[in-house]
Design a protein around this ligand. Structure first.
Ligand SMILES: N[C@@H](CCC(=O)N[C@@H](CS)C(=O)NCC(=O)O)C(=O)O
Length: 217
């Protein structure tokens, strides 16, 4: 496909879709937003299941020259695709070693940190007996604390971003997960190195624009 690309992002404020929204806003490319009211069950409606068969946000549709592409789903896959479609814009670093490092972060964050949050927010998905939910939530919370401690230790004397001086897609994903962590004690932002990363990202115009648009500043 040729011509200028524009994107439609299916999102719900503050949900995983925010990572893609931050990337689009930071790339400063044309996009529109389509809200999907996940808490009210809109994700399970037939129309949205045709976009994302898992009923989750994000989903992203690219339109080039008036022609719509297939829906892209899964945060990491979408971020990778955006980096591929907009090379040299910093979504993934140019340097192969740094690029690999960014991918390691994205994979770790998505499969480990993001997944562990499910135990904290949705313990009912992991047990048949309601009385066991509190246990799942508690162990999920403890594990989240360990993961954020590990990230904090890994970032010491580096940064301010995950792979150094410039932000990349992995940082956008991490930013969202830190936001989710505001319900934890300690919160991710109670750790000084992570707090510095969040503060640095929060100063960026694209990040501010996305947060303002989602009404979650
Ligand atoms: N692995 C998916 C996870 C996305 C995800 O968990 N989305 C949540 C919101 S944060 C959702 O839409 N949940 C609705 C559901 O599972 O029914 C990704 O990375 O895109």
């Amino acid at each position: 496909m040729t011509g200028t690309a524009s994107y439609t992002l299916f999102y719900h404020p503050g949900f995983a879709s925010l990572a893609v929204h931050l990337a689009l806003a930071e790339l400063d490319i044309p996009y529109t937003l389509t809200p999907v009211n996940i808490p009210e069950g809109e994700g399970r409606e037939r129309a949205y299941l045709a976009v994302n068969p898992h009923g989750q946000v994000p989903a992203l549709i690219e339109t080039v020259g008036g022609q719509k592409g297939p829906p892209l789903t899964q945060c990491v896959a979408i971020l990778e695709s955006l980096a591929e479609r907009h090379p040299g814009r910093g979504l993934l670093p140019e340097d192969p070693e740094k690029r690999a490092e960014a991918r390691i972060w994205m994979s770790y964050l998505s499969t480990t940190l993001q997944e562990t949050f499910r135990r904290f927010f949705h313990p009912e998905d992991f047990v048949d007996v309601a009385a066991h939910e509190a246990d799942v939530r508690r162990t999920g919370e403890r594990r989240l604390g360990e993961i954020f401690d590990w990230v904090e230790a890994s970032l010491k004397d580096r940064g301010p971003y995950l792979i150094g001086a410039e932000p990349c897609a992995a940082d956008y994903l991490f930013f969202v997960l830190c936001r989710w962590g505001r319900y934890l004690s300690p919160a991710p932002s109670d750790r000084p190195t992570i707090a510095a990363l969040i503060a640095a990202l929060a100063e960026r115009p694209g990040v501010q624009k996305a947060l303002r648009t989602e009404g979650i500043v």
